[in-house]
Design a protein around this ligand. Structure first.
Ligand code: SAJ
Length: 412
């Protein structure tokens, strides 16, 4: 059978090659023509370990093609973004538009999978959009034993930086509008998934995905709050965590400059929006983590007051280590706050994964993108924001005599 994947981003493209390299004909669809052209040349428009070689292989074998138009296919996987709005609700416009583009192409027996992270009830909305456009189709329903199409939510759960591994090894949740829908869709994922495939209903699958990321957010918030308290009490938080984590049932995560990326800072709000009165903990965790960049910047600005004309090197801009993604990056926010707060101070930003200053940072005259070694050598104050390997490996002698603010606790 033929599988069409709508959205060739961090999830759609790896899913496309996972299927294509196992002999499935995959048509990748993206509305951005430059992404389609890149993939058609066998190239990947972003950095993810082992993805580039897989894409060029799948394209060379003729198993993966890319286009801007939704084709006819036996199965559709929707992997488009679900960004959040100013009101902190999910913007479902990409999901709606993908659903409406798929609808006219649907043939009897087709499977439609929603992979995009979605608020509770979204899979039902997809069914509604398809139903509006295709009144001729029998849609899946509790009392419809033989629907014309099968619809499920199968949330992606891969960790950026380890996508190609986790895509294969993670367990998958498949939530069907009906149990039969889930079984039909499971056949697609069995092609490449080595983890267990867990069948459930669509709403439980939607909620499980959101809860996973909210769980991580709350746990990082816990670490960040312990960090604030320890700092206030002049206790080394890294030592405290190292010791506490020797307890058999304690596993505290790492404090840091904040929580970034397009998932963990967003998904808890989808839960909060669905039940605002019932989610004080999730909301507070979000606020604790969102307060981190400001706190880190304030600490750096305070340290700078000790110098007459200091130079500050900020190491790291991406949202986490060893990826090139700066979406919702707390490091970018920290650098911006420092550059704004210290307009007369020379500040350099360094990141081996970033080749030009992001738009948010472009307007500061006191800020330059520099090579890390040079920036550190020139700096009075060194701020570590992202624990990229080359930064971790930096010689301690290079940092000698400087004020060092290590937000990730890797230079201890
Ligand atoms: N962070 C900390 N301290 C920690 C761990 C992380 O400050 O101890 C920060 C990171 O620096 C980063 C942010 O949190 O800014 C998120 O990083 P992450 O590595 O925890 O997660 P993501 O956003 O890369 O990927 C998450 C994963 N979800 C979970 O682990 C529950 C991934 O499995 C999901 O597929 C992904 O979100 C997604 O797309 O939803």
């Amino acid at each position: 059978g033929k599988v069409a994947i709508i959205g060739l981003g961090y999830i759609g493209l790896p899913t496309a090659v996972a299927l294509a390299t196992r002999g499935i004909d995959v048509i990748g669809v993206d509305l951005n023509p430059s992404i389609v052209q890149a993939v058609s040349r066998g190239e990947v428009p972003f950095a993810e370990p082992d993805l580039a070689v897989a894409v060029s292989g799948a394209v060379a074998m003729g198993r993966l093609v890319a286009t801007t138009e939704v084709p006819e296919a036996d199965a559709y996987i929707i992997a488009v973004p679900t960004p959040f709005t100013a009101e902190r609700t999910a913007d479902l416009s990409y999901v709606e538009s993908a659903s409406r583009q798929i609808a006219p192409k649907l043939r009897r027996g087709a499977v439609v999978v929603l992979e995009s992270t979605s608020p509770p009830g979204t899979t039902d909305k997809v069914k509604g959009w398809i139903g509006e456009m295709r009144p001729d189709l029998k849609l899946p329903h509790d009392t419809e034993p033989q629907p014309d199409i099968h619809l499920v939510h199968c949330p992606e759960r891969v960790l950026p930086g380890r996508i190609m591994i986790e895509m294969i090894t993670n367990d998958r949740i498949i939530g069907g509008i009906t149990p039969r829908c889930a079984q039909k869709a499971a056949a697609i994922y069995r092609v490449f998934a080595q983890g267990e495939i867990l069948l459930t209903d669509a709403a439980s699958a939607e909620m499980a995905k959101l809860v996973e990321n909210a769980y991580r957010d709350v746990n990082i918030a816990f670490a960040n709050e312990i960090s604030l308290i320890s700092e206030y009490l002049h206790i080394d938080v890294w030592e405290v965590i190292r010791l506490a984590n020797r307890h058999p049932r304690v596993n505290i995560l790492s404090p840091g400059p904040g929580v970034g990326g397009h998932c963990i800072p967003v998904d808890p709000w989808f839960i909060v929006a669905a039940a605002p009165e019932l989610s004080p903990l999730l909301k507070t965790a979000r606020e604790v983590n969102d307060g981190r960049p400001n706190h880190v910047a304030e600490q750096v600005i305070a340290k700078a007051q000790r110098f007459r004309a200091p130079s500050i090197a900020c190491l790291g801009l991406t949202f986490k280590a060893n990826v090139d993604d700066i979406r919702e990056s707390p490091a970018v926010e920290v650098v911006s706050l420092i550059a704004k707060g210290l307009p007369d101070v020379e500040i350099s930003a360094c990141d081996p994964y970033v080749s030009e200053l992001p738009p948010l940072l472009g307007s500061y005259e006191n800020l330059r993108l520099k090579n890390a070694v040079q920036a550190v050598d020139e700096a009075d104050i060194v701020v570590l924001l992202v624990e990229h390997e080359p930064f971790k490996a930096m010689r301690h002698t290079r940092l000698g005599g400087k004020v060092v603010y290590d937000t990730r606790g890797v230079w201890r």
